[in-house]
Each structure stands twice: as structure tokens, then as C-alpha cells.
Design a protein around this ligand. Sequence first.
Ligand SMILES: [Zn+2]
Length: 106
Amino acid sequence: MPICQSCGNKWSWKQSVKSLFRFSRKMKCPYCREMQYQSQDSMKKGSLVALIPIILAPIITMVAQLFFSLEPLFGFVLMIYVLLMGLFFSITPFVLRLSNEEEPLW
Ligand SMILES: [Zn+2]
């Protein structure tokens, strides 16, 4: 779980997910109200985690078609994407690390 670099408080899973939903590198600490940034290292790990749903969704769709001879229903594919996105948001707080300053991505 991420730890605020300003006050040293550990963010809860819920607080981290809430910050992630803003889709910004800038995150306000719920304890000290200081701006925190996602660290360079955790940005890289985060993008790897983001790859999981992108890679898995077509595979799951294909497997489902092969084994259950399901038609590629739009609702079914959408459901898989939603499930995988949920998985992404559940995992990301574990790789999220904070920094006091905005670090260049590369
Ligand atoms: Zn703080």
C-alpha cells in the first residue's frame, strides 16, 4: 500500500482506489492534504498491471467461444472487460508508491 512521503501515513486500499479513479498522477493525501505524486517506478509497474486486462480479455473471450461455443456477444465481452478492469483497480494500490515531487516518466 502507498505511504505518504509527507506525513508517513499509510493509505488504505479504498483511499488509493479513490485517488486512482481521478486518472491523474497528482493525488492529495487524505491525512495531511499534501499533494503526492505517483513515483516513476510505480508508474512503470502500474502500466504493466494495466496490460493484464488488455491481454487477458481477448484470450478469455476466445477460450469461452471455443469451450462453450458462445457467440461473441457484446454483453459478454463487456462483462469480461469490466471484471478485468475491477481486477486492475484491486491490484494497483499494491504497486502504488508515492513521491513528494513529480518525477519524469522516463
Ligand atoms: Zn500525508
